[in-house]
Design a binder for this molecule. Sequence first.
Ligand code: PLP
Length: 381
Amino acid sequence: DFDFASRVERVEPSATLAISNLANQLEADGIDVVDLSVGEPDFDTPENIKQAAKASLDAGDTSYTSSNGIPELRAAIADKLRTDGIDCEAENVVVTPGGKQALYEIFHTLIDEGDEVVLLDPAWVSYEAQAKMAGADLSRVDLSPYGFQLEPALDDLAETISDETELLVVNSPSNPTGAVYSDAALEGVRDLAVDHDVTVISDEMYDEITYGVEQTSLGSLDGMGDRTITVNGFSKAYAMTGWRLGYFCAPEEFVSQAGKIQSHSVSCAVNFVQHAGVEALTNTDESVTEMREAFRERRDMLADLFADHGVDVPVGDGAFYMMLPVDSDDQTWCEGAIEDAHVATVPGSAFGTPGYARLSYAASQERLREGVERLAEHGYI
Ligand code: PLP
């Protein structure tokens, strides 16, 4: 018998796991499942990025790198963030094996047992788990009464944030809603953060995937430079989920503390993957644009298909997700949808927002159409 640490015992197994287990079981039985549950682009990594990785491998870039990343990539990331208006130098950047690891390091750098972390619901599943593993107490603000927008929820946020709050997590464009928060909303966040001396994580993982709007970086706002930790990565914008490459940008004193977690845990991100990351940042505009356009067409098509069935789905201006309102318990709905209609989705309760199912439209138009038809046929919409 193991005497497990409370840190793992206070975290629930992921609700998404039950769905992917069901999907795998059905697929093993030879059943065709329309999988709208996955949080990754269905595109292959652009060819020039793969070539850069191969060239780097051939050049012998197979050793450890310095823990915070190769200088070329840290500099390229700082350049990118400066174009977003963030005051960032290479020294402010830590390159991590994925954005998820960046977040893990940030939570563990800041959070002591009992510290308050505020989330905006629906929130990406791993914030809660990571915050809890670090010992945080969570407070949550529900954006679902406001069509998932942050601006109308600022009063609620003001009631939740206090001088006791250590950290607020903002994710725009949002997984799972696709919402891109307005400048007025972000300025409201800034005012509260400054008033109550709160640190803010700005998770900008989907910043390249927006439709007709520009995403504003919180760290670019006056007063936010020294209290914002900007997180981003290569998984979504460049279809590089399996490469595991991400980063955060923070004030230098934060970097030196968080750097201890990085160097004593993962050591560094993969050497030749970091070299491919330089290519991705500096030479991939065209592929990013093509993927963005494809996502946009799919989003519009999916919203139209639901509208044809009389279902009004709140449509966000970014990322590749939608929250479909469901009129029964969402866990039961999602399990039923996969068992009866063979369409995999994720229950909203996994994101702190029951009553919805999250759909990813990182799938071909043909598969999306098929998915909606099956849901309609089986009475799920
Ligand atoms: N943040 C958000 C909002 C995400 O949706 C994801 C991935 O699903 C991540 C962070 C982490 O991505 P990665 O670890 O692949 O960089």
